[in-house]
Structure formats: C-alpha cells, structure tokens
Design a protein around this ligand. Structure first.
Ligand code: 5AD
Ligand code: SF4
Length: 452
C-alpha cells in the first residue's frame, strides 16, 4: 500500500479517511489461504452496501486480483478494477478506464518490476519502525503454496536503491527496518557493477538443501546487502523476513554475529517436522538437515531467537507425522511460531497431485497442539531472560496503562516497562532489567537510556 499510495499521490489523488464517500476504494489483498480471501469478499460486500457515493470505484489489488481475476470482474456490482502485484504503476490509467464506466484489469506479471524508484509513503511513523521491500516473487514452488503463481518469478531490487531508502529512513529518525520479500535470503542483485572479488557461487546455499530451480550464481548476495545497509545506518536495527532455510550459509550467520545492529533473530520456517510430509511439501530438506542447520546457527549465535511457520494438516499428514512436528517444535524451542491450518489452493502441485484428506476438525486440533507446544517452549525461553539486561527499542505506550511503554528486545520479544520517570519516546533505546515473563511478553525495569 505504501507503494500504491506513492504512485497515486504523484498523479494528484488524495487519501481520504471516509471510505463511504471516497471516489475510489482500493483493497490490498492476500491469497495465501482461503480465509484471507473470504475476508476480502466480505469487505467488498460491506464497502458497496455502506457506500453513499453512487459513482464509487472499487479496486482489488495484489495476490487475490492475480488469482481470481475473472470471478472478481464477474461481480460487476462489487468490483471495477483488478490490479495484480506488478501493475501498480498502471493504476492511474485503470482508474481512468473505470471512471469511463468500463471494467479495468491488469494482471500481467513482470520479470523485473521491483518498484525500486518508487518512494513508499508511510503513514504510521509513530513507532519509528519501517519495512523495505528488497525482492519480489518466489521460485521455490513449495507444493502447497500459491505465491509463485500470484507473485511471479523471483527478482531482486538493486542494492543501491535499497541503501538509498535506508539512508532516507535513518535521516527521518527511523530506528528499526525490516527487509521484506517472499524469499529474502536468496536475494541477488544482478544489476550491480560492484561485483565482489570472489563472485558468489552455489555455495551460498546450505550444503544438502535442494532446490527445484537451477541454482543461481553471481551478483551481490544477501550478505553483501546486509553489510551495506548495516554500514549505512549503524544506529538502526535490521530484521528480515521471510527467509528460506536453504539460503543460510554460515558466512551469512557469521556476518550477522559480527554486527550489533543486525538483530539476533532468525525466522526459519520449518513447515513440518516430518520427513515424508516435508518431501510432499517439496521443501528440499529433511528434519535432520534442518536440525543440523539450527545447531550450526546456535554455535555461532548462541543467544539467537528463532521463529518459524508450520502448516497443520497438510495432505496425507498422519498422526505420527504431526507428533514429529510437535517434537521438532520442542527440540528447537522457538520464541514464536505462526501455525496455519492447511488450505488447498488452486494451481499448486498439491492441488493437482495430492488429496486434502485431513478433516477440518483434525487440522484445528493439530493447529492448537502446535501452538500450545511452541508457547510452552517460548515460556521457558522467556523465563531464562529474567535477571538479564536487554536493550529495548521503544515502540509506543501501553494501551492499558500510559505510564508503561513497550518495545522489543534484540530477539524480537515484546517488553513492557514503567517509563513514567524516564519519559523516553518511541525510537529511543533503553537498557532494561527483565523481571517477569510469560510466553509472549516480558516485564522489565528501566535502567538507563542507551545507544544501540
Ligand atoms: N495453507 C496453509 N498455510 C500456507 N502457507 C503457505 N501456503 C499455505 C497453504 N496453502 C503458510 C506457510 C508459509 C506462510 C507464509 O503461509 O507456512 O510459510
Ligand atoms: Fe511459498 Fe515461501 Fe515456499 Fe515461496 S518459499 S513457495 S513463498 S512457502
């Protein structure tokens, strides 16, 4: 939306906070699970029924536009514009077409669109945290996933334009930047002339991990990007999401260890802890290989905070397979896990070749099991932090009690402390002493203001 806001404002459109009266309403959508799409359909009905503007134009943007383009346009009374993830530059034209009374559609996917030259317009500056998109698309083709079909081929935004955006955010007082993409750590800037002495090779991947695509080589890798951004803004914390476990060479982990402003928090989406399920998912690794990666990472980053994604009830997942996932979650000990009940998506390999045979109530129970187990482990990890000093970046005031502020530790765990005497603002770092912990939040005492 930050990119869309930027493009639309260049053409003179002004943002309104009155959805019912606005001339144009644009919805950014997600297709990853059926639930996400259902929400959009409900919203679309609500928008039309609440509108007081008879000529209001409604546009559906993003992955759902790409995936269900025809269904959307058939609902002529609900939708006027359908714009896929690579066609936002075309929005002003699409609006003009729709204003003339016709439906407007552009769902062309691109091999090189990264919106590198579009300066995103951010509206929530209060927390002093921002996201920067560094790459788009995905070539991994995990069998359950619709992303490669809705987002298209993987492509990386040139390093220089990312560094420029980092500098701009730093100058505006931002203190945390999350580098974003569908597969961030396979980032490769092939456009830069600034090639390293030893061009990266396929060894950028972790040995043993497999890909369905021909391994890429050359160009500037994710490690080079991290080096450039970390140098460009030494007082800004960097995080990144979402990576794939195959693209974590030890050189990258060692580099993260060497810089204080690269957070010691890694998202390592496992999806399952069962070999046969992982194989059907097409993830390119076994449980053992994944666990070896975790061990290797923990040798270099002993205090790293790991997070993950899991799918509950994928095609053919037996009770035993599910137990293997629970035991992996216990063995690794994540500070947070996103768990999703499996949702069959059209076009995917799973849709063509596998059967969605786990009943919904079983998916729901397994989903709950995985969440319960990760919380038990997260609780233990958080309790180990009691008595330690942590550096917290302030993000805002607590909703329950304004004397309290909240922020995040380097590991990404939420921490709350009494800020009434210190009066620090969002964007400032505080050294705090952790005094209490549950599975999601830490309570702390303020010690002093600090630099990163
Ligand atoms: N059903 C459920 N979860 C899915 N994810 C991707 N596709 C599906 C699907 N069809 C999850 C994966 C991924 C996260 C972003 O969404 O866990 O890592
Ligand atoms: Fe989907 Fe992520 Fe797999 Fe790409 S790597 S296909 S985005 S789950």
């Amino acid at each position: 939306m930050e990119i869309v806001r930027s493009i639309m404002s260049q053409y003179g459109f002004v943002e309104s906070d009155q959805k019912e009266k606005a001339d144009i309403v644009l919805l950014m959508t997600c297709s990853i699970r059926d639930g996400a799409e259902k929400k959009v359909w409900n919203q679309l009905k609500l928008i039309r029924s609440n509108s007081v503007n008879k000529r209001q134009i409604v546009g559906v943007l993003g992955c759902m536009a790409e995936r269900v383009r025809h269904d959307l346009l058939e609902k002529r009374n609900l939708v006027n514009i359908v714009a896929g993830p690579d066609s936002y530059r075309d929005l002003p034209r699409l609006v003009a077409v729709a204003s003339g009374g016709s439906n407007a559609i552009n769902v062309q996917l691109s091999l090189d669109e990264t919106y590198a030259d579009v300066q995103p317009i951010r509206v929530d500056a209060e927390s002093r945290t921002a996201f920067i998109s560094i790459m788009r698309g995905c070539d991994n083709m995990c069998t359950y996933c619709v992303v490669p079909f809705t987002r298209g081929r993987e492509r990386s935004r040139p390093i220089d334009s990312i560094v420029e955006e980092v500098r701009r955010l730093r100058d505006q007082g931002y203190k945390q930047i999350t580098l974003l993409g569908q597969n961030v750590n396979s980032y490769r800037d092939m456009t830069s002339m600034d090639f390293p002495m030893n061009p990266s090779t396929t060894e950028d991947r972790v040995p043993g991990f497999k890909t369905v695509y021909k391994p890429k080589s050359g160009g500037l890798t994710f490690t080079s990007l991290l080096e450039k951004v970390a140098d460009a803004a030494p007082d800004v914390r960097f995080r990144f999401t979402s990576p794939h476990p195959k693209d974590f060479p030890m050189q990258l982990i060692e580099f993260i260890a060497s810089r204080t402003n690269l957070c010691k928090q890694l998202h390592l989406p496992a999806q399952s802890g069962d070999d046969e399920t992982l194989d059907r998912m097409g993830r390119g690794y076994s449980r053992d290989l994944y666990l070896r990666l975790v061990d290797d990472i923990r040798i270099i980053l002993p205090n790293v905070s790991l997070t993950s994604d899991f799918i509950a009830g994928f095609c053919g997942e037996t009770e035993e397979a599910h137990q293997n996932t629970l035991s992996l979650i216990r063995e690794v000990g994540y500070s947070f896990c996103f768990v999703f009940p499996y949702s069959m998506r059209g076009k995917t390999r799973a849709h063509h070749r596998l059967t969605d045979d786990v009943p919904e109530n079983v998916k729901a129970r397994r989903h709950l099991d995985s969440t319960t187990v990760f919380r038990e482990e997260a609780m233990k990890l958080n309790q180990k932090l009691i008595g330690t000093e942590q550096t917290v970046l302030l993000e805002g005031k607590s909703k329950r009690d304004v004397a309290f502020s909240h922020g995040r530790t380097d590991g990404g765990v939420k921490a709350v402390f009494d800020n009434s005497k210190s009066q620090l603002n969002p964007g400032q770092y505080a050294k705090v002493l952790i005094t209490e912990a549950n599975s999601q939040t830490l309570k702390a005492e303020f010690i002093r203001e600090t630099d990163l």
